[in-house]
Ligand binder design. Structure first.
Ligand code: 8X3
Length: 260
């Protein structure tokens, strides 16, 4: 059966690794045209090559820093040279910086998290909407987190920006009601990507401990959910998906096998 997504234009932020890279491959396998943005061009080119190999109709890359309004505007100007239409917007760029308590928190970490997870999502959505609204159909998917639903110590600002993402997704759905566009959030629990390495500032050993003795989600698990949500018939909106590893029943309830 031909994919409902075939030949659709899919824009992915943070497409150089993790969930974004997996989504590029899987939307590519569904026959989509890909518009991939991230800061790291070498990794972005590798992601585009993998997506083409998996069957993408085309895969285009351009540097994108969602923390910068000029960068977002330049990215969308470039998109307009390739297509007048975006069918799927995946707001994926973001991540956690540091795991300090509020008492020990660093301004630089807080600013980085607000800029990428929160303002980045707002900037990119504002800039891309004019490429979606005229067509009266399309899907916006935001990457949230279990952290937005269940706060934890050391996560305060990350939990906060993901709770805000949850609220913004709902506001946007209300604002776009009647336009034919649908808006959803896909919220993972523990997923083994570069997420923990970034949170712990490159401390790979500490990052690995996050997943010790349990089987975490992968970027591909989350990409499957994204492709599924985006490929529902146009009249169906998947408002929200919370997906967790089977070993994780809640933020604090993780089954870890000893001796692994
Ligand atoms: C990533 C999941 O639980 O580490 O958003 O915050 S968690």
């Amino acid at each position: 059966m031909p994919s409902r997504l075939a030949n659709q234009w899919v824009l992915i932020t943070g497409a150089s690794s993790g969930i974004g890279e997996a989504a590029a491959r899987q939307f590519g396998a569904a026959g989509c045209h890909l518009l991939l943005g991230a800061r790291r061009l070498d990794k972005l080119n590798a992601a585009a090559a993998a997506a083409k190999k998996s069957g993408a109709a085309s895969a285009h890359v351009h540097e994108l820093d969602v923390a910068s309004t000029p960068s977002v505007e330049a990215f969308v100007k470039w998109v307009r040279t390739l297509t007048p239409r975006v069918d799927v917007l995946l707001n994926n760029a973001g991540g956690a910086h540091g795991a300090d308590t509020v008492a020990e928190g660093k301004d630089a970490d807080w600013v980085a998290m607000v800029e990428s997870n929160l303002l980045g999502l707002m900037r990119v959505t504002r800039a891309v909407l004019p490429l979606m609204l005229p067509h009266q159909s399309g899907t916006i998917l935001n990457i949230g987190s279990i952290a937005g639903r269940q706060p934890y110590e050391g996560g305060s600002l990350y939990c906060g920006v993901k709770a805000a993402e949850f609220a913004i997704t709902k506001s946007l759905r209300l604002e776009l009601c009647g336009t034919g566009l649908r808006v959803g959030t896909v919220d993972p629990g523990l997923a083994q990507t570069e997420f923990a390495v970034t949170r712990y500032k490159g401390d790979e050993a500490r990052a690995l401990k996050t997943y010790e003795g349990m089987t975490p989600l992968t970027g591909d698990d989350i990409a499957e959910a994204l492709v599924w949500a985006a490929s529902r018939p146009a009249h169906v909106c998947i408002d929200e998906i919370l997906l967790k590893a089977t070993d994780q029943a809640a933020v604090y309830k993780v089954h870890r096998r000893t001796g692994k």
